[in-house]
Design a protein around this ligand. Structure first.
Ligand code: ADP
Length: 479
C-alpha cells in the first residue's frame, strides 16, 4: 500500500497515523494511506509558514507568476491522469473529473496573471501639499480548509490566490479525498516556491483543522464545508479577530415557468440536481415549477431519469457516479425517508443500486407534491435528490425561491425577457442562472452566496484579493 506524507517546511513528513482513502465506486479499492498530521506537525507547519512569508510577500510579481504558471501548466498537462485519480477518490464521472482538473489548471494560470496586476491607487489629498497612495500587502499565514466534493478545484481556488498575493499557506483537505491535494502539493514542491511557503497538513477537521483555526499566527482562514462547522469556526476566528471566509451549503432553487423551453428546463434540472451525484453546494435541489408546465416537466424528468446510467465513475458512459461514502449514503437515505414521511410522492428513483463493483450507488430521486416548508426542501442533503414544488405563477415562484435560509445560487428557465430580468434583479442569491443549471460556473469570476451560504468576501476572479490582501493607505507631505 502506498503511503502519502504531509509536506511541511519543504520536506515530506510521515506521521504515526494514516487514513485510508477509499474509492466510492469500489470500496475494495484503496487509493492510498494518507498521513494524519499531529498537533506538533501542524505547529511546525505554522512556524515554517510564518518564517517564510515575509520573503515571499516581498517577492516580485514575476517570481509569483512563474511559480503559479508552472503549477497551472503541469496540472493541465496531466489532466487525464489527475482527472482519473479525482474520479477514483471522489466518485464523479471521468469527464467531470478531467473537467475539474482543467479548471484547476486554469485557475492557477488566471492567478499567475493576477500576481502581475496587484497595484494601488494614487489619490489627491483634500489637504494641500499631501499625496496619498493605497497599496495592497499580503495577509500573512492563511489556513485553507477544504471539502471532499471538489478535491482539486477548491484547494486550487484558495491556494492560487493565496500564493499570488504573497501569503504562506497551510492546506488542510478533507479526510475523504486527500489525493488531489497531495498531488497538488507534489507539483508545488517542484515549482520553485521557497520552502515553508506552502504546507500540506492532512488529517481530521476536529484535530488538524481545529489547530489551524485556533493558532494565533494564522491571520485568516478560508473554509468551504458544512454550515455547522463554518459557523463554529467563524465564531472562534472572530474571538481572536482573525479574518474569515466561509462557503457553505445551498438549497438552490431552479424556477421553471410555463413559457420555458421544456428541453432546456429538463436539461438544466437533470444536470443541476443529479450530476456529480448531487454533491455540489450549487446543486438545484428545489425545482419550483408553475402549474401550466408542471405535469409535462415531471413526465419529461422521469423519462430522462430512467435513461441515466448510475455506475462506476471511471466506466465509459456513466452519467452519475456513487455517493462519496457510507455515512453520506445513509444521510441521503434518511432524507428520502423524510420526504416520504412529509407527504412527498416519489416520482422516480431513491433506491440502492447493485452494480458489478461494490460501491455506494444510489438512483437519483425525484419527489413531487412537495412544499417549501417541508424539512426536505429546507435542509441541504448533498445527494442526488430533488423536490418539485408546484406554484401558481412567477410571483409565487420568486417568493418560494427566496424563502430559504440559504442564498448561493438561483436559476430560472423562461423565454420571457421580462421575467428573466426581474429574477436576475430580485433573486436573493450570490449567483443567478438563466436557462442554465444552477451548478457549473466559470473560473475567472466571483463565486459566493448570501444569507446562510457564505460569509466574508467573495472567492475567485479579481475579487479574491479582498481576502488575501490587506490595504495600506500612505500619506506623504510632499514639500
Ligand atoms: P463536508 O463533510 O461536507 O466536507 P465539513 O464541514 O464536515 O463538510 O468539512 C469541511 C472541511 O472542514 C473538512 O476539511 C473538514 O475536515 C474540516 N473540519 C471539520 N470540522 C472542523 C473543525 N471543527 N475545525 C476546522 N475544520 C474542520
Amino acid at each position: 500500500m502506498n503511503t502519502f506524507d504531509n509536506y511541511i517546511n519543504g520536506e515530506w513528513v510521515a506521521s504515526a497515523h494514516t487514513s485510508k482513502n477509499i474509492n466510492p465506486s469500489d470500496i475494495t479499492d484503496v487509493v492510498g494511506e494518507y498521513a494524519q498530521a499531529d498537533a506538533e506537525q501542524v505547529n511546525n507547519a505554522v512556524a515554517a509558514a510564518k518564517a517564510a512569508q515575509p520573503a515571499w510577500g516581498a517577492s516580485t510579481p514575476q517570481q509569483r507568476f512563474d511559480v503559479l504558471d508552472f503549477i497551472g501548466s503541469e496540472i493541465l498537462a496531466r489532466k487525464d491522469e489527475l482527472g482519473r485519480l479525482l474520479s477514483r477518490e471522489e466518485g464523479k464521472t471521468l469527464p467531470e473529473g478531467i473537467g475539474e482538473v482543467v479548471r484547476a489548471g486554469n485557475i492557477f494560470k488566471f492567478f499567475a496573471a493576477e500576481a502581475l496586476r496587484v497595484g494601488g491607487e494614487h489619490i489627491p489629498s483634500v489637504r494641500p501639499g499631501i499625496e496619498i497612495d493605497t497599496m495592497r500587502e499580503s495577509l500573512g499565514v492563511v489556513g485553507l480548509i477544504t471539502p471532499w466534493n471538489f478535491p482539486m478545484a477548491i484547494p486550487s481556488w484558495k491556494v492560487a490566490p493565496a500564493l499570488a498575493f504573497g501569503n504562506a499557506v497551510l492546506l488542510k483537505p478533507a479526510e475523504l479525498a486527500p489525493a488531489c491535494s497531495w498531488n497538488l502539493a507534489e507539483i508545488i514542491s517542484r515549482s520553485g516556491l521557497p520552502k515553508g511557503v506552502f504546507n500540506l497538513v492532512m488529517g481530521k477537521g476536529s484535530a488538524v483543522g481545529n489547530t489551524i483555526v485556533n493558532h494565533p499566527d494564522v491571520a485568516g482562514v478560508s473554509f468551504t464545508g458544512s454550515v455547522e462547522v463554518g459557523r463554529t469556526l467563524a465564531a472562534n476566528l472572530a474571538k481572536r479577530l482573525a479574518r474569515v471566509q466561509l462557503e457553505m451549503g445551498g438549497k438552490n432553487p431552479l424556477v421553471v415557468l410555463d413559457d420555458a423551453d421544456l428541453n432546456v428546463a429538463v436539461n438544466a434540472a437533470i444536470n443541476g440536481a443529479f450530476f456529480s451525484t448531487g454533491q455540489r453546494c450549487t446543486a438545484s435541489s428545489r425545482l419550483v415549477v408553475t402549474e401550466g408546465i408542471h405535469d409535462r416537466f415531471v413526465q419529461a424528468m422521469v423519462e430522462r431519469m430512467k435513461a441515466l446510467k448510475v455506475d462506476d465513475a471511471l466506466a465509459p458512459g456513466t452519467d452519475i457516479g456513487p455517493v462519496i461514502d457510507g455515512a453520506q449514503f445513509m444521510k441521503d437515505e434518511s432524507y428520502i425517508e423524510l420526504a416520504r414521511r412529509e407527504g412527498g410522492k416519489l416520482a422516480f428513483g431513491g433506491e440502492r443500486l447493485k452494480r458489478e463493483k461494490n460501491g455506494w450507488y444510489l438512483a437519483p430521486a425525484l419527489f413531487t407534491e412537495t412544499t417549501n416548508t417541508m424539512r426536505f426542501n429546507c435542509e441541504e442533503a448533498f445527494g442526488p435528490l430533488a423536490g418539485v414544488i408546484r406554484v401558481k405563477n412567477y410571483d409565487e415562484a420568486l417568493a418560494v425561491a427566496n424563502d430559504t435560509e440559504f442564498g448561493l445560487c438561483a436559476g430560472i428557465c423562461t423565454t420571457s425577457l421580462k421575467h428573466a430580468t426581474h429574477f436576475k434583479r430580485n433573486a436573493q442569491a450570490g449567483m443567478v442562472m438563466v436557462n442554465l443549471p444552477t451548478a457549473g460556473v466559470d473560473y475567472h469570476v466571483p463565486f459566493g452566496g448570501r444569507k446562510g451560504s457564505s460569509y466574508g468576501t467573495r472567492e475567485q476572479g479579481s475579487y479574491a484579493k479582498e481576502f488575501y490582501t490587506v490595504v495600506k493607505t500612505c500619506y506623504v507631505a510632499a514639500g
